[in-house]
Design a protein around this ligand. Structure first.
Ligand code: 5GP
Length: 346
């Protein structure tokens, strides 16, 4: 047994220090970025905020709404090939770069991936997603997928340490998804004791990825636009959101009425709700590692996106970053023992 004594940080442990700037208005800030990838020849441009591949978040409707604003959606893996077929009809070409197809690592998953690309060959991104990205089997799956799809952008995760980011990039991933345990409906840290505070995970993993010419997605733990700004400030190339995009018209999840108020169900992909829905039950050998909650109905996702992007532009203005790309370079984090004033919170 070993102990690492340097303290790892989460979003709540820091704030971003303001800096003198020549920017006059947040309207001058551009959030669009352009990325070249380690393996794929694609050049991607857009706003690097993504909807998570959860069946309550990464839906076809979410993809259409976000692509309109040049944001990405990783579509959850539970749509059937027939449903993809119907969706294919409704997407114009300009949306192709904003839609990632998610897959697990079984034989049935790779067969389905093939079938989806047969229907829409122009889709560019694959998200290979497992809760624990440390297994050799997963790395081999990433390698085989790269061989099969040399041109596609491959996202692989989740991991939280630099050496595994490097291994995945060298095995064929273009982008590594980072986060174990920070998610709003995740109970991994409680059930297993395993995890890594997200801000430190981003700092360490982005350093490893950028050294090789790869990118990372910070996945999970953002509860406010300020957290998203901190994730970018720490070095994330993309930020993935679950809970912040749940509960909208475009999200999935049963609608529940209570005392005249509307809620939408939101649950982790390893929750017993999700496992019962998609597999029939929670397998005997495993525990559920996700929660089921009800979030207040929030209407169209467009206003939430506007709030997020407005917050990000404002962060950039506070530190003098004319482009989101400059935010990391212009970020100085300060360690804090307080966040917002709670006096009027419920
Ligand atoms: P959020 O933005 O809600 O904080 O985090 C979203 C992320 O939580 C997802 O992208 C995914 O990585 C993670 N997640 C989703 N469902 C589960 C689950 O059931 N268990 C765990 N451990 N993580 C989950």
């Amino acid at each position: 047994m070993r102990i690492e004594y340097d303290i790892k940080l989460g979003f709540k442990d820091v704030m971003i220090r303001p800096k003198r700037s020549t920017l006059k208005s947040r309207a001058q800030v551009t959030l669009e970025r352009e990325f070249k990838f380690l393996h794929s020849p694609l050049i991607w441009s857009g706003i690097p905020v993504m909807a998570a591949n959860m069946d309550t978040v990464g839906t076809f409707n979410m993809a259409l709404a976000l692509a309109d604003k040049k944001l990405c959606t990783t579509i959850h893996k539970h749509y059937t090939v027939e449903e993809w077929g119907k969706f294919a009809v409704s997407i114009p070409e300009s949306y192709y770069n904003y839609i990632a197809v998610s897959t697990g690592i079984g034989k049935a998953d790779s067969d389905k991936l093939k079938a989806i690309f047969k229907i829409i060959p122009a889709l560019q991104m694959i998200c290979i997603d497992v809760a624990n990205g440390y297994s050799e089997y997963f790395v081999n799956f990433v390698r085989r997928t790269r061989e099969q799809y040399p041109e596609k952008v491959i996202i692989a995760g989740n991991v939280v340490t630099g050496e595994m980011v490097e291994e995945l990039l060298l095995s064929g991933a273009d982008i590594v998804k980072v986060g174990i345990g920070p998610g709003s409906v995740c109970t991994t840290r409680v059930k297993t004791g395993v995890g890594y505070p997200q801000l430190s995970a981003i700092i360490e993993c982005s350093d490893a990825a950028h050294g090789l010419g790869g990118q990372i997605i910070s996945d999970g733990g953002c509860a406010s636009p300020g957290d998203i700004a901190k994730a970018f400030g720490a070095g994330a190339d993309f930020v993935m959101l679950g809970g912040m995009l749940a509960g909208h018209n475009e999200s999935g999840g049963e609608i529940v009425e209570r005392n005249g108020q509307s809620f939408r169900k939101f649950y982790g992909m390893s929750s017993s709700t999700a496992m019962t829905k998609h597999i029939g039950s929670v397998a005997e050998y495993r525990a559920s590692e996700g929660k089921t909650v009800e979030v207040p109905y929030k209407g169209e996702v467009e206003s939430t996106i506007q709030d997020i992007l407005g917050g990000l532009r404002s962060t950039c203005t506070y530190v003098g970053a004319a482009r989101l790309k400059e935010l990391t370079k212009r970020t100085t984090f300060i360690r804090v023992n307080e966040q917002e004033n709670q006096i009027y919170s419920e």
